[in-house]
Write a protein that binds this ligand. Structure first.
Ligand SMILES: *[C@@H]1O[C@H](CO)[C@@H](O)[C@H](O)[C@H]1NC(C)=O
Ligand SMILES: *[C@@H]1O[C@H](CO)[C@@H](O)[C@H](O)[C@H]1NC(C)=O
Ligand SMILES: [Cu+2]
Length: 398
């Protein structure tokens, strides 16, 4: 009897303190792993962080501040490689559905936006300033991703949540990965060779062409045509838009240069250091975008640039219309994941931490995504991934 009594004696104060047992989260979150990829340092950090997340949510629920969001109800965003073939095709079919659904963007401004999918490209092109300023970057893209995921779910019957791409998995032979191998359950293959594309000059050196740069000819999106834009093309020979501002109809194939060297700028150790060495959100932001120059590091362009140029191309590598390649959302889901793991190291102070490097229209600014999603929300609501905006933000990454 004594041992039972002492067990409950030990247990009781921890419950009162809101402490949860290590590993309890595993009974609340459905984890799926692909044994082909051993856990990297960020995956391991994420797993240990889940105990903190569980503790944070337990306190939040006790305080009645979770807006109905719990670890059990949170949408699970998974790495593409960890998903089953069936989950991948459900997702692909939803994206193809969005590419056929009618546009809801103002047709006078965007006669080129022909589908619901195009609407997101049109919004990103015309609001690139507020989406990318210092206060906006993380929360505005978090909301943008939620709007897109919501369209996939509500308008195209998708039951899952948006996948992410763990950059580290694409540092070796990305064109053989489940994401880019070009088969029916991939997000499409590499672009055909385009000798005119030599690479992208970044502030930290050249991301040399990996031999692609032309049209994607394999996989579910081989017939997809990008419509609006370009805005700031990074590829040779991108046809000009027929109307000023880029809203006209400019159908062109999706081009890519699937590039392992780009991904080397976002290896797991770099993402890990980004999270663990950034004591403030300003440092996190600066390191993500423009890491300190390091002449002896050939891949020092920062995690954000790396993520965009793992596929690059047109529209994917064009900062204005990058959401025209569905891989854009995989990248921004991964960035959101890294931001979230950073926040969860110290959620009480970090969830509401805003970048304060000037610009951004003030900490009380609102996010208005117009034709993408009806609700105009305070920017801080898009900081809280587990209960923000009345519980509309309720996701975990595994
Ligand atoms: C596509 O490739 C992935 C990764 O090799 C594999 O798991 C999957 O079964 C393939 N699917 C099809 C439909 O060929
Ligand atoms: C600079 O890059 C080199 C090569 O990747 C690396 O060994 C070194 O630690 C880096 N220096 C700093 C200060 O990050
Ligand atoms: Cu963006």
């Amino acid at each position: 009897m004594r041992s039972i009594w002492s067990a409950s004696f030990l247990f009781l104060p921890s419950v009162l303190a809101g402490v949860v047992a290590r590993g309890d989260w595993r009974s609340k979150v459905d984890v799926q792993r692909n044994g082909f990829y051993p856990l990297d340092v960020v995956d391991k950090l994420e797993e240990t962080t889940m105990d903190k997340v569980d503790e944070y949510m337990t306190k939040k629920i006790a305080a009645g501040k979770n807006n109905g969001c719990t670890l059990e109800t949170a949408g699970v965003r998974r790495e593409w490689g960890d998903m089953t073939d069936e989950q991948r095709s459900d997702f692909i079919n939803a994206v193809l559905c969005l590419m056929k659904a009618p546009s809801q963007a103002p047709q006078d401004r965007f006669p080129g936006a022909r589908s619901r999918y195009d609407d997101f490209m049109a919004y990103h092109m015309t609001n690139a300033g507020s989406l990318h300023d210092t206060i906006g970057l993380f929360p505005a893209h978090k909301y943008f991703l939620l709007a897109y995921e919501t369209a996939l779910r509500k308008e195209c019957g998708y039951k899952g949540y948006h996948p992410y791409m763990n950059y580290d998995r694409y540092t070796k032979e990305p064109t053989k990965s489940a994401l880019f191998n070009g088969n029916a359950t991939s997000m499409g293959g590499n672009g055909a060779p385009d000798p005119k594309y030599v690479g992208l000059r970044t502030g930290a050196g050249m991301i040399k062409s990996a031999g692609g740069g032309g049209c994607v000819t394999e996989g579910p999106f081989k017939d997809y045509m990008a419509t609006v834009g370009p805005g700031a093309p990074m590829m040779p020979d991108v046809p000009k838009n027929p109307i000023a501002g880029g809203g006209g109809y400019n159908p062109r194939c999706m081009r890519r240069d699937v590039n392992a060297e780009a991904a080397l700028g976002a290896t797991a150790d770099r993402s890990y250091n980004l999270i663990m060495k950034s004591q403030t959100i300003n440092t996190f932001y600066n390191t993500l975008l423009t890491p300190p120059r390091n002449a002896s590091d050939p891949y020092n362009w920062g995690v954000h640039t790396a993520g965009h140029y793992i596929a690059g191309g047109d529209p994917g590598g064009d900062p204005m219309v990058s959401p025209g390649d569905p891989i854009f959302y995989f990248h921004h889901a991964m960035l959101d994941r890294l931001w979230w793991i950073w926040q969860m190291q110290d959620p009480d102070t970090r969830v509401t931490a805003q970048v304060s490097l000037g610009g951004g229209g003030g900490a009380n600014r609102k996010l208005d995504l117009k034709w993408l999603i009806p609700d105009v929300i305070p920017v801080l609501e898009a900081h809280d991934g587990l209960g923000g905006h009345g519980g509309a933000f309720c996701h975990v990454y595994v």
